[in-house]
Design a protein around this ligand. Structure first.
Ligand code: UDP
Length: 497
């Protein structure tokens, strides 16, 4: 009887690159862990196409992963034509994309009904993103289970809890530095409103973000999956259990496992990057590696703000001047500043005049997509100035590279806070794209983190980062690590918890 049952997980990620990649990676891990599972990932046509090419680029695409697209007309939702992903729209339009998620409820319900009625003795469950708040309702009406899938534990629960509780949190009017506690977290863990994104600071309970995370019957899950490692997030997991009162499985790190297996040849990782992103690189990886080879161990700072965020023009000027002043070798991945077409070409006036020529010996300016994994894996890389997107965080820590935080949106502010306060692997240089940052501060912080003096701040950060790297390695030890435990436990219980 058991053998004839189909085990089917239907996944619905939000339409953003990081989310799609994380769900796809989870799908791979599941069918790798237990090949008897079938996975269907549901999304809009353009995103399904990009998932399809990402799968096709893998060395041996598994036959158990299926894709299903729902029609989506972005113009119906006030978005420009063919806007189906956060990386092609202006950040101010993201709430429209979040709002548009509601329109998938009917086709999703229809699809679930087809799956449930067409398969013989099907075992079906749903794994979805926080923005699909109706998924729990749909699951309930078919008598199946549904799970929330988020990135980091600490940042995931902080993000949701703050949005659900902010209008009631005790923050004095205009007192932007006032401390407050966040439901789920112990009283001793203090938050300040400067740590909230400008968008979250502005919520009033009736906006799109609040509506997307509204509490109530439509926000019910049977458990939470987290792209994290149990051992590195004790406080986040405690907060999550307190707040959601649901079982939690840490199924991370969802980064290429090769990164955590020592003696990985660079060639292997190189394949992994281009295969994963399917993006055209803005620099020849071979040249990039040779450049890194010519530098000392842990001496280079790598700077990237991920695939969708940007800093302002004036911040970019100060960052450039600060880098030059620091005299440290760097690799800087430049994206168009706020206000410019995110897909537009590089414009020299974004940088101080003569900058590129003056730093030609000091650093590499990359316009376009960088081979981030290879850069982080290289022993010359000593620090990562990052927006603290969760994938970047996991990738950096998997190589023991300390982080200089500059969160720009989403839950990145909580990632930065957790990395600095809980793990001690990071210092926060700046927050958001609307703040002033001086070149002196940029130069000071970079020098501090790269400094090799025994017992100094840089040394302490590096040691902590190495400890975290070790914990991540332990978590993926075959059949022993906490990652295997979580996978086994989730996959044996997900239909019958
Ligand atoms: N990435 C890359 N090259 C770049 C920029 C980003 O390979 O030039 C990859 C990076 O390795 C990571 C992902 O894109 O896997 C970014 O994810 P993250 O969660 O850090 O940030 P997001 O782009 O979602 O804001």
């Amino acid at each position: 009887e058991e053998a004839t049952q189909t085990k089917h997980i239907i996944m619905f990620p939000f339409m953003a690159q990081g989310h799609l990649t994380r769900f796809l990676e989870l799908a791979y891990r599941i069918v790798h862990h237990d090949p008897s599972f079938t996975i269907t990932i549901v999304n809009t046509p353009l995103n399904i196409n990009s998932l399809r090419s990402a799968i096709a680029n893998r060395p041996s695409p598994p036959s158990q992963i299926h894709l299903k697209s729902f029609p989506f007309n972005s113009s119906d939702h006030g978005l420009p034509p063919n806007s189906e992903n956060t990386n092609t729209i202006h950040p101010s339009q993201i709430p429209l994309l979040i709002k548009a998620c509601a329109s998938f409820e009917a086709p999703f319900r229809q699809f679930i009904s087809e799956v449930v009625s067409s398969e013989r003795n099907p075992l079906v469950c749903i794994v979805s993103d926080g923005f699909m708040r109706w998924a729990g309702d749909v699951a309930k009406s078919f008598g199946i289970f549904s799970y929330l899938f988020i990135s980091g534990a600490y940042s995931g629960v902080a993000y949701i809890s703050v949005i659900q509780n902010l209008p009631h949190l005790n923050m004095a009017d205009g007192g932007t530095h006032d401390e407050f506690s966040v439901p789920g977290f112990p009283e001793s863990c203090r938050f300040t409103s400067t740590e909230l994104t400008p968008r979250v600071r502005a919520i009033d309970g009736k906006d799109e973000l609040s509506r997307a995370f509204k509490r109530g019957s439509s926000y019910e899950y049977n458990g939470v999956l987290c792209n994290t490692v149990k051992e590195i997030e004790p406080l986040g997991l405690e907060a999550m259990r307190n707040y959601f009162k649901l079982p939690v499985w840490c199924v991370g790190p969802l980064i290429p496992l090769k990164l955590l297996i020592k003696n990985m040849s660079l060639d292997t990782s190189m394949g992994v990057t281009s295969q994963r992103s399917g993006k055209k690189l803005g620099i020849d990886p071979k040249y990039c590696m040779e450049w890194l080879d010519s530098h000392q161990t842990r001496s280079v700072v790598y700077i990237s703000f991920g695939s969708e965020n940007a800093i302002s023009e004036s911040q970019m000027m100060e960052l450039a001047n600060g880098l030059e002043e620091s005299k440290k070798p760097f690799i800087w991945v430049i994206r168009p500043p706020i206000g410019f077409d995110p897909k537009g070409d590089f414009q020299p006036e974004w940088l101080p005049s003569g900058f590129v020529d003056r730093v030609s010996k000091q650093g590499l300016v990359v316009t376009g997509w960088a081979p981030q994994l290879e850069i982080l894996c290289h022993q010359s890389t000593g620090a990562f100035l990052s927006h603290c997107g969760w994938n970047s965080v996991l990738e950096s820590l998997s190589q023991g590279v300390p982080i200089i935080g500059w969160p720009l949106g989403g839950e990145q502010g909580y990632n930065a806070k957790m990395l600095a306060e809980e793990l001690g692997v990071s210092v926060v240089l700046a927050r958001w794209s609307d703040t002033r940052i001086g070149k002196e501060e940029v130069s000071r912080v970079i020098n501090m983190v790269l400094d090799k003096t025994e017992g100094g701040k840089g040394d302490v950060l590096r040691k902590k980062a190495s400890e975290v790297e070790e914990l991540m390695r332990k978590a993926i030890e075959i059949n022993k690590g906490s990652y295997y435990d979580a996978m086994n436990n989730f996959l044996t219980r997900c239909f019958s918890i």
